[in-house]
Unconditional design. Sequence first.
Lengths: 136, 376
Amino acid sequence: MTDRPIPKPTPETQHFWDGTRQGKLLLQRCNETGKAYFPPRPFCPETGSRNVSVFEASGRATLYSYVINHMKAPGFEPPYAIAVVELEEGPRMMANIVDCPQTPEALQLDMALEVTFETLTDEITLPQFKPAGDIQ
Amino acid sequence: MTGVSIVGAAETTEMGKVPGVSQVQHHADAALNALADCGLTLKDIDGIATAGHDPTEISHYLGLTPEWVDGTSVGGCSFIVHVRHAVAAIKAGLCKTVLITHGESGRHQIGKHPALFPLQFLQQFELPYGVTTPPTRFTIPVLRMMKETGLTEEHLAQVAVVQREWAAFHPRASFRDPITVDDVLNSRMIAYPFRLLMCCLMTDGGGALILTSTDRAKDFPTKPVHVIGTGESVEAPLISQMEDFTSSRAFRISGRRAFQEAGIAHADVDHLMIYDAFAHLPIYGLEDLGFVGRGEAGPFIAEGHTRPGGKLPMNTNGGGLSYMHSGMYGMYALQEGVRQIRGTSPAQVADAKISVVHGVGGMFHAAGTVILTNQD
């Protein structure tokens, strides 16, 4: 895993990475509209309002789209899926789909997913997604 | 009419695998070829635009003293966007004669400028998931497109097949031998569902354009190519944040502005270039520019409408899939649009009067559109 890119938090994203280290997926929402957004920033990208708050997402998501990469990549064993998931709260984010065969048959669009966390370093824990269990 | 025309256009002397030429040299070689094309000298240039490279280095290397500079760098469509900006600058009287250059040592990476690319959120929220080269990111929306619209892998393969037919006309194209849908679908898997022949080349080269006012354009030795419509937009720096995976907002806005400005209908278009870094881009382009309805682009290409003899000849140089792709392909799409409107393409569309050139920047990050004509 040595050469794998490790996120370098910036001031507006620090809370997100502090959250993942504690096993929480933190989003932000606009207090004016109630709408959630991602990636983190200290204002709502829709209204421009700085009246925003951080909250913990449910961790539930669906598989929105993906590719299965067959080329070499540092820290990864091809073939592996690079996915975009749609969170229950609305925003989308990139993830790998873990605990699941990396095949088109196993990776069905709109399948239910749940967040899980992958520790990369003492500082950085990455949110990942896996097929949801029976209890939704 | 915008009142601005393209009077000079040329690609680099060599294209493809060019091991002995640096990136700035590609810029300069293309610039000198474009100047020779229209009978101007470096002293005549008072405006410079380039992308993927700091314009200061290109300007100084060429010995220019510009009074207008544009370094807008939003990916491979930047040169198409530069045409729009140059039109505005010339009309506003900021400069008279603009040189737009592109050069890239895409294959050999000689003297390559560090990438001008949005990185902060990419570094944190995408690179950790094993995205590397463009085939691992640009391609992600297509499975959603397939589920929502019925697009198939065969449709994607057809894009590559048809463009290879066009490339066969061009002596300078990198790949000219015919291919079949089976060839494409049996080529090496790169990033499911994309196979090798659905992905662009990686080559060395460049191109340049020279623009001036249409009033002056009639004094040049070349047949003027009038710019009649332009558009541009940007969307998201991360593929995961693209609003709609089945349609590019930047494509729609850029295309709509260009068509409005030109005052033309889709049926007026004789020739079309849609930047094809990957086989899905002409599909998105045809739908987002409004040439066909949602879900119709795959069948439209498969039915032969964009191939030689079809009603809407598209990517007639063979595109980034077969002709040339140095990394920022937009300049080559412009060059073929100019050739078609001048009547000088090796794959000439009979009596082409209006050409639409549409480009993507980054991974659906940006878009630029220009509409060209030879009609006064």
